[in-house]
Design a protein around this ligand. Structure first.
Ligand SMILES: *[C@@H]1O[C@H](CO)[C@@H](O)[C@H](O)[C@H]1NC(C)=O
Ligand SMILES: *[C@@H]1O[C@H](CO)[C@@H](O)[C@H](O)[C@H]1NC(C)=O
Length: 412
């Protein structure tokens, strides 16, 4: 090591030369990172993502008829991020479901179960920091009853694919992707029927949300580095608007020690007119709870997403960074809305004809178990999971994120 260094910095002439090369390389790296930020000069528009047919991954069988039972039994095979909390959540959620399902994690009930549920991220046991290369596939059920559904659920994009998935193991996917067997977004909305419209309390239509907001804009971010490089948009916006930036990375945590930022946030956040609900990566179809929480607090969400994803959002309910030529134009629009009561309230007009649908994932699954779908299985589940037009974490992407954050902190 010492010898290599000595050789590198050798005599005076080579020392000067090598020093110059190092400086040159350093600026090359900065340049490469900077040209990545085209479009808004800050972040790159991820490009439009077309609707596609994903049937190539599937194998559909002729209709078969399931045993008709009143209550479908679901066996939770894996935990959810190593925790069984999701089982309790399911018990609670299924109480208000119009169809009946029972849930358990007792593996002795395997043969008797109508469905076996796996949480995607828990299909592999990850081993520490080197999770991407060191993993263990979870133990799978050793028998399979005919007509039993094996379903994989995930609420979030799979950043890593740790293990292997054999063909024709899983029948259903329950995910945020529109092409999943059971489309399972965090929240969705639907157009109200005439009957529902008539039942709407009139008062709701005239609620003045503007009056309830005393502050301008806020955001809460806990990851300092991310693929979408949210921190660049935030910093640029701060030049033009009054933005209260909370969370681990902002240096302004404002949370009692030990209270998770997400919990202490909600109470404070609702006083703001705008909430920056940027996702940490660009994934087709992925709209996280950030957006819907802002809607729930009656704030206008400011998002950075593709046109394809905005199809999933209520009409005129948000501001999308990529709809503006630059951040300054976005800021000006925010300021205009923030001063105009009528304009601000109009971002909630959609609530007069649409309703938020918060059917739980468990109830969605239960309904499908009662629906006698034609049989199918994923011939290439791994292919399907990889083909999600979504960010995949690789060693290089981690380095690139780290470098971009470093450059950002250095003021580049
Ligand atoms: C406020 O917004 C409404 C609706 O866009 C518009 O008609 C009105 O002229 C605006 N008022 C002011 C003072 O700009
Ligand atoms: C589930 O997948 C298995 C394995 O490919 C298959 O034999 C079975 O028919 C499928 N069942 C249903 C109900 O889709």
């Amino acid at each position: 090591m010492f010898r290599t260094l000595k050789m590198y910095f050798g005599n005076r002439r080579t020392r000067t030369r090598n020093f110059c090369i190092s400086i040159g390389l350093f600026f090359c790296i900065i340049y490469i990172i900077r040209v990545n930020h085209t479009g808004l000069y800050i972040v790159k528009y991820p490009g439009d993502q077309q609707n596609r047919n994903f049937d190539e991954y599937l194998m559909k069988y002729v209709n078969n008829y399931w045993t008709k039972t009143d209550t479908k039994k679901i066996l939770f095979w894996t935990p959810f991020f190593n925790s069984w909390v999701w089982l309790d959540d399911a018990v609670k959620a299924l109480k208000t479901c119009p169809v009946s399902c029972s849930v358990t994690n007792d593996r002795a009930t395997l043969e008797d179960s109508d469905a076996v549920l796996f949480h995607a991220n828990d299909l592999w046991k990850h081993k520490g920091f080197f999770a991407t290369i060191h993993n263990v596939d979870v133990e799978m059920p050793n028998t399979r009853s005919p007509n039993q559904i094996w379903a994989v659920l995930s609420w979030e994009p799979l950043m890593y694919m740790w293990g292997t998935i054999k063909p024709h193991v899983f029948n259903w996917t329950i995910m945020y992707r529109r092409e999943s067997t059971i489309y399972n977004p965090f929240t969705s909305y639907y157009k109200m029927s005439d009957e529902e419209l008539n039942q709407q309390p009139k008062a709701k239509e005239t609620t003045n949300y503007f009056k309830q907001k005393s502050k301008f804009a806020t955001t809460l971010v806990s990851n300092c580095k991310d693929q979408a490089r949210r921190y660049r948009i935030i910093k640029e916006l701060q030049k033009y608007i009054d933005l209260d930036y909370f969370g681990y990375c902002s240096g302004n945590i404002n949370c009692p020690a030990g209270v998770p930022a997400s919990e202490c946030g909600h109470k404070h956040l609702k006083h703001y007119k705008f909430y920056l609900a940027f996702e940490n990566s660009y994934c087709r179809d992925y709209v996280s709870e950030k957006f819907w929480n802002a809607v729930d607090r009656r704030q206008i969400p400011v998002i950075a997403t593709t046109k394809y994803n905005t199809e999933l959002l209520p009409p005129k309910s948000y501001l999308n960074v990529f709809d503006f030529p630059n951040i300054k134009a976005l800021a000006e629009q925010m300021i205009e809305i923030g001063q105009n009561e009528t304009l601000f309230n109009s971002y909630f007009d959609w609530m007069q004809s649409y309703k938020v649908d918060s059917t739980s994932s468990y109830c969605r699954m239960c309904k499908e178990l009662h629906a006698n779908r034609p049989a199918q299985s994923y011939a290439d589940m791994e292919g399907w999971l990889q083909d999600d037009v979504c960010y995949k974490s690789t060693p290089w992407s981690l380095v690139s994120e780290f470098l971009d954050r470093l450059m950002f902190d250095l003021g580049f």
